[in-house]
Design a binder for this molecule. Structure first.
Ligand code: ADP
Length: 274
């Protein structure tokens, strides 16, 4: 009788364990598939600008006595070089987020430094489009996390804001402290006056490789991984990324992250109890 009762109690636990293992396996397979897809995608995408650059440099040499043509080709070379830079940047970001436990080397990270780095990363692209970038409210705020990953997340949001905005618009970055459930958080909002995102697409943009307009996105070097990286980093830090957007008006992406003081204190309390 006892044995039966025990096995009845163990059985559901056992099947839950099996389920967990199966889920783990499929997750591992999924990650492996994404990695394979990614390498294939990026290798393919890298070939295009490299090929174009080599053709364009030949064209420049042939047109050396036609200054106007040289100008034109040089302009296109610059576009291809930007595309290459942004693809390589995405590779760097991806390698940064592949680390298993991002909080293993977590530290207080100054928000103004993250913002400055993100702005620096797209300064060139913003300059050619005459997009003004402005930041506010970042002084004295610290988030808790992996510096490289946080830089990748914010960098992607600012880069998208610049990429999906017309010339002579403004990109604003604003940070503030908010009292979220579970303690103080920092919100960093990136606002653009760009093309916006439809309600239908809003649900899908955080998926890996999803692009609203692949042709347009390819022109800016996108692979559709940026927002998946942002979402992954936010979640693994105990935060969240949300979007507000109106088509042809603009978008605001908000990254919410635990404030350094709170997270650190909680970790200390935890280790004191153990
Ligand atoms: P991509 O490399 O294509 O930029 P992301 O994952 O960063 O990939 O973004 C996915 C898609 O979401 C983009 O292709 C674009 O269509 C849309 N998107 C992202 N950010 C913005 C933005 N600030 N304004 C308008 N559309 C955006």
């Amino acid at each position: 009788g006892d044995a039966l009762a025990v096995s009845a109690r163990v059985a559901p636990l056992g099947s839950r364990l099996v389920l967990l293992l199966v889920e783990d396996l499929t997750e591992a397979r999924r990650i492996e598939a994404v990695r394979r897809d990614f390498v294939a995608n990026v290798s393919h995408e890298l070939k295009t600008p490299v090929g174009a650059l080599s053709l364009l440099s030949e064209a420049v040499m042939d047109a050396s006595d036609d200054p106007e043509a040289v100008q034109r080709f040089a302009g296109r070379m610059q576009i291809e070089a930007t595309r290459l830079t942004s693809l390589v940047q995405e590779l760097i970001d991806l390698s940064r987020v592949q680390n298993d436990d991002p909080l293993e080397d977590a530290e207080p990270v100054r928000v103004d430094e993250l913002v400055a780095e993100a702005i620096d990363r797209c300064r060139h692209q913003a300059g050619t489009k005459q997009i003004t970038m402005a930041a506010g409210g970042t002084a004295d705020l610290h988030v808790w996390g992996n510096r490289g990953q946080l830089a990748a997340a914010l960098g992607n949001l600012v880069e998208n804001a610049v990429n999906y905005s017309p010339a002579r618009t403004r990109v604003g970055i604003a940070a503030r402290r908010v009292n979220a459930p579970g303690g103080e958080h920092i919100e960093i909002a990136v606002t653009d006056q760009g093309i916006g995102i439809s309600d239908r697409d809003k649900e899908r943009i955080f998926e890996r490789f999803y692009r609203v307009d692949p042709a347009r996105s390819r022109a800016t070097g996108g692979t559709g991984l940026g927002l998946a990286i942002v979402k992954h980093v936010a979640a693994s830090h105990g935060g969240e990324v949300t979007v507000w957007s109106a088509e042809n008006q603009g978008s605001t992406f908000t990254l919410r992250l635990p404030e350094a003081g709170v997270a650190r204190d909680r970790a200390h309390q935890q280790s004191a109890r153990e």
